[in-house]
Design a binder for this molecule. Structure first.
Ligand code: PGA
Length: 255
C-alpha cells in the first residue's frame, strides 16, 4: 500500500518569525496525525527558514522539504543552493514546480539533473509535472505530461525511480481556485503518469511510485482527491499557509 504524502509548499511566503508561528500553530495536530505512519506530512518553507523549521519539528514525525536545489555540489553559482547544504535540514525537495519552469526558465533537462542530484544526496524529490491551460484546451494533456515524466526520469534506474514522488499539478489549477476534478486528476495520474512509468520500467514500479495531486486543494475539495485510487496525497500551496486549513487537509488523508 502506498502511504499518502501531504506536502505544504509555502512558496515565497513567511519570514523566519512567521514560519516559527505557523509551525507552532500546526505542530501538535500534525504530530498526532502523522504518528501512526498512515500519512507523511512535509512542510516546505523558503530556504532561509529551513533550519528553524527543522529544529521545531525535530523529534516529531513531521518532515521538512526544500522548494528547489541546484545540481552541482559547490562552486561559482551565485544565489544557488547545493544538495549538500540541504541534507540534515530536510528529507524532501520540490523539483520543477511550474512556477520555476514559468518564471525561472527551468527546463526538463534541468529537472532531470536536479532529480538525480537529490537522489544522490538521499533527498526525496517531489517532481512536478502538469499541462498549462492552452495545452489542456488543445487536448495535449497526455502528451505534455508524458514528455515531462519521461524527461524527469531519463537515465534513472528502476530502484532510483521508486524513490521519487511525482506531483501532478495542472498549471491552470495552481493558485486559481479552480481545482481539477477528482476523476480528471485520477485519470491523468493513472493512465498517463503510471502508464508512462510502466512503459519506462514495469507495472509494479509504476504502482509503487507515489503520485500526488496539486492545484487549489482546500479542506473543502480534498476528500474528492483522496477518494481516488491513483492519488497518493496532495501538494498544497495557498491552503498550507493557514494552520487550520493545512491541518484539515492532513486530517482528510488519514480518514
Ligand atoms: P495552490 O498551489 O494549492 O495554491 O494552488 C499548489 C502548488 O503550487 O504547489
Amino acid at each position: 500500500m502506498r502511504i499518502p504524502i501531504v506536502a505544504g509548499n509555502w512558496k515565497m511566503n513567511k519570514t523566519i518569525a512567521e514560519a516559527r508561528d505557523l509551525v507552532n500553530a500546526l505542530r501538535d495536530d500534525l504530530t498526532r496525525l502523522a504518528a501512526d505512519g498512515r500519512v507523511q506530512i512535509v512542510l516546505c518553507p523558503p530556504f532561509i527558514a529551513l533550519p528553524e523549521v527543522a529544529a521545531q519539528v525535530q523529534g516529531t514525525p513531521i518532515k521538512v522539504g526544500a522548494q528547489n536545489l541546484f545540481w552541482e555540489a559547490k562552486g561559482a553559482f551565485t544565489g544557488e543552493i547545493a544538495p549538500t547544504m540541504l541534507t540534515g535540514w530536510c528529507d524532501y525537495v520540490i523539483i520543477g514546480h511550474s512556477e520555476r519552469r514559468q518564471y525561472f526558465g527551468e527546463t526538463d533537462e534541468g529537472v532531470n539533473k536536479k532529480t538525480k542530484a537529490a537522489l544522490a544526496h538521499r533527498l526525496t524529490p517531489i517532481v512536478c509535472v502538469g499541462e498549462n491551460l492552452a495545452q489542456n484546451e488543445a487536448g495535449e494533456t497526455a502528451a505534455v505530461v508524458r514528455a515531462q515524466v519521461r524527461a524527469a526520469c531519463a537515465g534513472l534506474a528502476r530502484e532510483d525511480a521508486r524513490r521519487i514522488v511525482i506531483a501532478y499539478e495542472p498549471v491552470w489549477a495552481i493558485g486559481t481556485g479552480r481545482a481539477a476534478s477528482g476523476a480528471g486528476a485520477n485519470a491523468v495520474i493513472g493512465e498517463t503518469i503510471r502508464g508512462t512509468l510502466a512503459a519506462l520500467y514495469d507495472a509494479e514500479t509504476a504502482q509503487a511510485i507515489r503520485v500526488q495531486y496539486g492545484g487549489s486543494v482546500t479542506p473543502k475539495n480534498v476528500a474528492e482527491f483522496f477518494a481516488q485510487p491513483e492519488i497518493d496525497g496532495a501538494l498544497v500551496g495557498g491552503a498550507s499557509l493557514v494552520a487550520a486549513d493545512f491541518a484539515a487537509i492532513c486530517r482528510a488523508a488519514v480518514r
